[in-house]
Design a protein around this ligand. Structure first.
Ligand SMILES: [Zn+2]
Length: 485
């Protein structure tokens, strides 16, 4: 028989310390419905791409409902989340039993002004609409904050193994294969979650850093080196969402009993708890001045660019790093890719290529983003509605939409300015604008871990700097209200 499998997604990572709400218009810009879900994601390294690959290979029928992505920003607006949740529930109600299973893509670190675990609420709403028996497999981000209630509505839950998230498609495929095995009667999944009681700043959730690498590899080994079906996901959690279930967790799915799943998840979770001290200090963090001094020194003896990581930026528009680098244009070739500032782009586009324009650049999103920097910029290039398919490992085949985009030259610094907030993680921010990363001594990035897929092994050095922004490496400086001590 041909299985009919519904697909849906409602996805956002919320840094609750940011002051502004993410409203419906942001979600709607990242929303596709019906057959457009297939057109957008098939063949891409995304969760939906992974779902679709397995469904296609099995000759099953995909019934795409909706995929809505609010990106990564401040709190999600409750009304917006409720409307997309309702849309998914209404579709499922209309299908009225005409499906064999549901594959759902959630982030796991969404928060609204009224709901500290809206992903759990979405799952509950779906579960009560479809009844207790329909298999629902969910794929979650590695940065999900989870407890038992978060995943109770799902039959089985799966997370990305790695950060950079190079295995988003593979994770969707793991969830889809589990669903097909369940439908075929080959397995009866049972699930358990364990929490080690650890909150990691995002910068230290990179899975190439020891001892996290060892633990992540163990989760993969536990999943693969077994004749019986089992799947273990290690979730790092998301430190900048102040919620009761903030922190790391381990989810195990087995063909067996909940007790067997619990034994697996607890074993790895206990190991994570024992590694707490080493997990909390896996790499040096510099203040901005020290970091820049080090970058200048390293770049003098290398023909590869040095990465300065302004990782505390949560909106891709912070200017602490830019402000400090501007006076150094005569000492080093410096690139600042993907600074978010739609107003600056509009002014650059109005001025036109080759023109000079005065701008108050970046720093508009929130008080701690560093404030705008007044610059006189030459407009090197403009790209209306700049959109491309990613060529890096993590974003392979995925659509990257930046809106109107301008490439500026500010006293020798190359700055690409985008209308939509998107982190520069790979070499596309250079290649897609006819630039080459090897032409630069210093590159200022805002990514936390995803840049490592391209830059680790290429950069002369990765220099992590802490700035007075919303996502610091020292999370003890944040005023948590809900997270457990
Ligand atoms: Zn993530």
């Amino acid at each position: 028989m041909t299985y009919r499998i519904a697909l849906a997604g409602l996805h956002m990572e919320c840094a609750t310390f940011l002051p502004q709400l993410t409203l419906r218009d942001v979600f709607e810009a990242g929303t596709v419905r019906g057959a457009d879900v297939i057109r957008k994601f098939r063949g891409s390294n995304t969760v939906m791409g992974g779902f679709l690959g397995v469904i296609d290979d099995a000759g099953a029928e995909a019934i795409p409902l909706l995929h809505s992505d609010g990106g990564a920003a401040g709190l999600a607006d409750q009304a917006a989340v409720m409307s997309y949740r309702q849309e998914i529930v209404e579709h499922l109600t209309e299908l009225d039993g005409g499906i064999d299973g549901l594959l759902l893509h959630l982030h796991g670190a969404m928060v609204t002004q009224d709901d500290l675990d809206p992903d759990a609420t979405t799952l509950e709403a779906i579960r009560s609409a479809v009844g207790p028996d329909l298999p629902i497999m969910i794929a979650l981000d590695y940065h999900a904050n989870l407890d038992l209630a978060s995943i109770a509505g799902a039959t089985a839950a799966f997370g990305y193994r790695y950060s950079p998230h190079i295995d988003m498609g593979a994770t969707g495929a793991r969830a889809a294969r589990c669903l097909l095995k369940t439908l075929a009667g080959d397995i009866r999944p049972a699930m358990a979650i364990a929490r080690p009681g650890l909150i990691l700043p995002s910068i230290f959730s990179a899975t190439s850093l020891e001892p996290l690498k060892d633990l992540v590899d163990e989760a993969a080994r536990l999943s693969e080196d077994s004749d019986a079906y089992r799947d273990v996901s290690l979730f790092a959690g998301f430190a900048y969402a102040d919620v009761p279930n903030c922190g790391a967790s381990v989810v195990a799915v087995v063909d067996g009993t909940p007790a067997q799943a619990a034994a697996l998840s607890t074993r790895l979770s206990d190991k994570i708890a024992r590694a707490r001290a080493a997990l909390s200090t896996p790499a040096p963090v510099y203040d901005l001045e020290q970091g820049i001094r080090r970058a200048l020194a390293v770049s003098q003896s290398s023909d590869r660019p040095v990465v300065i990581l302004e990782h505390a930026d949560r909106a891709n528009d912070s200017t602490h790093g830019l402000r400090a680098l501007l006076p150094l244009a005569d000492r080093a070739r410096i690139a600042v890719p993907f600074l978010w500032d739609p107003a600056a782009v509009a002014m650059a586009m109005a001025a036109g290529e080759g023109a000079e324009v005065s701008l108050d650049l970046g720093g508009h999103s929130a008080p701690r983003a560093g404030g705008p920097v007044p610059v006189l910029a030459k407009v090197d290039a403009v790209r209306p509605d700049f959109t491309y398919r990613g060529t890096g490992e993590m974003r392979a085949g995925a659509e990257v939409r930046l809106g109107d985009t301008a490439l500026l030259d500010v006293g020798g610094l190359k700055i690409s300015v985008t209308s939509r907030s998107e982190s520069a993680i790979d070499f596309d921010p250079f290649f897609q604008l006819d630039l080459d990363p090897v032409d630069y001594d210093i590159v200022l990035l805002r990514s936390k871990t995803h840049f490592r897929a391209a830059w680790e092994g290429f950069a002369a050095e990765i220099i992590i700097v802490d700035t007075p922004d919303y996502g610091p490496a020292d999370i003890s400086t944040l005023a948590y209200q809900h997270a457990r001590p």
